[in-house]
Design a protein around this ligand. Structure first.
Ligand code: 3HC
Length: 295
């Protein structure tokens, strides 16, 4: 199969990443099925796609006609069999937990068409280990988007130990067809390339505050204004989800060692359920829509 044979893409998981990936795929002209385990979750994801497309149109990043056409290409499902019946490619963006993802792949293998390629949007977990749950490890790879997918150009295309070159070529072509710039990651190591750099940055920022060496606002101000990054570390953690960064760190800590020990500031937020923008509070408060205040 090559990219011209891809008509239908199913995205599993309608959260922050899943809905954004579905949006990008629909904008590229693919028929998209967005699937989550409950109606409420799928509907929330669909509503976010609609909001984002309208926002892009409002900002003249695309025409309202193109926004409407993209939305019309998105359908929703809860039943997994129904969701993947016609899928040429399945992009999985369910929670960043090995056990959950393995469960999803075992079930997916029962329903997905034989020819379908599986691409995981995991932020850190072993592609090889996940692929081995399926009967198609050679047609399995990482396809790691960045938040918000509709605005971020990069896609890491990660090879597992069993991934065929044809699969990597196809997924790279697919990313390009979505207007993205794929970077092939040949080694399946925890966090791949971007999160191996980015998540320790967030963690170190948390350790600095934890030690009382600087305030959160000071750290974010230096990141944003001095280092030239678009968001402060704490703003970014709130934006991607503190739980997402924390789970990546937990895994890197387990596999790569103590240098990646998650700061308690992160675990406390996760335990409290203050996960960032998506829950209305994280390191900063979003209830009033104010967001972070950077000096
Ligand atoms: N769709 C449409 N519009 C959106 C949007 C979306 N998904 N998200 C935000 N917007 C809107 C905002 O509502 C805002 O609208 P408003 O002006 O009417 O309030 C507008 O876009 C802001 O756009 P601007 O271009 O003016 O803003 P910025 O120049 O600040 O760009 C940004 C926003 C692209 C998010 C920028 O801040 C950025 O690049 N941030 C860093 C993001 C990043 O690093 N992502 C990677 C995270 S790591 C990751 O995802 C990996 C994972 O595995 C952990």
């Amino acid at each position: 199969m090559n990219v011209d044979d891809v008509d239908s893409i199913t995205v599993l998981g309608a959260g922050n990443m899943g809905h954004g990936i579905a949006e990008v795929a629909a904008l590229a002209g693919y028929d998209v099925v967005l699937r989550d385990i409950e109606d409420e979750f799928v509907q929330q994801g669909y509503d976010k796609i609609e909001w984002s497309l309208n926002k892009l149109a409002e900002k003249d990043r695309l025409s309202q006609d193109d926004a409407d056409a993209a939305l019309a290409r998105v359908s929703t499902a809860v039943d997994l069999g129904e969701a993947v019946a016609d899928a040429d490619v399945v992009i999985e963006a369910v929670p960043e937990k090995m056990a959950i993802k393995k469960e999803v792949y075992a079930e997916l293998e029962e329903y997905a068409p034989d020819h379908a390629v599986f691409a995981t949007n995991t932020s850190s977990l072993s592609i090889t280990e996940l692929s081995e749950v399926t009967e198609r490890p050679e047609r399995f790879c990482g396809m790691h988007f960045f938040n918000p997918p509709v605005r971020m150009d990069l896609v890491e295309v990660i090879s597992g130990a069993h991934t065929a070159d044809e699969t990597l070529d196809l997924v790279e072509d697919l990313a390009e067809s979505m207007g993205k710039t794929p970077v092939r990651v040949r080694k399946d190591s925890p966090g791949f390339i971007v999160n191996r750099i980015l998540v320790p940055l967030m963690n170190e920022a948390a350790w600095i505050v934890h030690a009382g060496d600087a305030t959160m606002a000071e750290v974010d101000a230096t990141t944003k204004y001095d280092m030239g990054l678009p968001m402060g570390s704490f703003e970014l953690a709130d934006y991607v989800g503190i739980d997402v960064g924390y789970h990546v760190l937990e895994y890197m800590h387990e596999v790569l060692g103590d240098a990646y020990e998650p700061c308690p500031l992160l675990s406390e937020k996760v335990e409290e359920g203050d996960l960032g923008q998506k829950t209305g509070a994280g390191f900063y408060d979003y209830e009033d829509g104010a967001g972070a205040e950077i000096p």
